[in-house]
Design a protein. Structure first.
Ligand SMILES: C[S@@+](CC[C@H](N)C(=O)[O-])C[C@H]1O[C@@H](n2cnc3c(N)ncnc32)[C@H](O)[C@@H]1O
Length: 187
């Protein structure tokens, strides 16, 4: 496992994915009923853009940095930007939320998070970063097994993010298989 998401956190694709995710949380939260958030390839959860890995690629400069510097934003970005503002209270962009931290901040007391990360070091960092929130469970197994291992959930509604590194040729077809499996396990 060579891929480390810290090199890519906050790049334009990450931003797009996280914006869509933040809108999904907002729409699901219109109903009081709880939902579960499942993240099969979760990463470490929170990233330091001034850290060694993010600094080496500088990908975030063409992603979140451009939005951060813009003078005005569409209202649809409010939830997403709110999380980033909370992580950077002095206004200097340094910390960027991965999908787990975004989920943690944009879900409610009644919702539950099941996060999975297979990389040994990143799994340990994820556990540290999510510590103290009793709604969150961190698993460190095989991401492709998440649908069969964790579904069906006790909640009737689920957000399942399947976000592999896309470094191997079969990962896209494995996403389709996993999604079909997940759909088959939930009513
Ligand atoms: C694109 S990153 C995830 C980014 C994260 N979802 C986010 O939006 O912040 C992909 C992650 O999958 C992990 N990974 C790679 N192969 C895996 C596998 N077979 N099972 C679980 N995790 C895996 C990598 O270590 C990496 O952290």
């Amino acid at each position: 496992m060579n891929y480390r998401h810290a090199f890519h956190a906050g790049n334009h694709a990450d931003v797009l994915k996280h914006l869509v995710l933040s809108r999904i949380f907002a729409l699901l939260s219109r109903k009081e009923a709880p939902f579960a958030y499942l993240d099969s390839h979760a990463g470490v959860g929170l990233y330091d853009l001034a850290g060694d890995q993010a600094s080496r690629t500088g990908e975030w400069l063409q992603g979140i940095a451009r939005i951060w510097q813009a003078e005005a934003h569409p209202a649809l970005l409010d939830d997403y930007l709110g999380v980033i503002r909370q992580l950077n209270p002095d206004g200097t962009l340094r910390y960027y939320p991965g999908s787990p931290e975004l989920a943690r901040q944009l879900t409610r007391e009644q919702d539950r998070l099941q996060l999975n990360e297979k990389h040994p070091e990143d799994g340990a960092l994820l556990k540290d970063n999510m510590a103290g929130d009793r709604r969150v469970a961190v698993h460190r197994g095989e991401g492709w097994h998440v649908p069969r291992a964790l579904m069906p959930t006790q909640e009737k509604r689920v957000v399942l993010l399947i976000d592999p590194p896309f470094e191997q040729a079969d990962e896209l077809s494995r996403c389709v298989t996993a999604m079909k499996e997940a759909l088959g396990r939930m009513r």
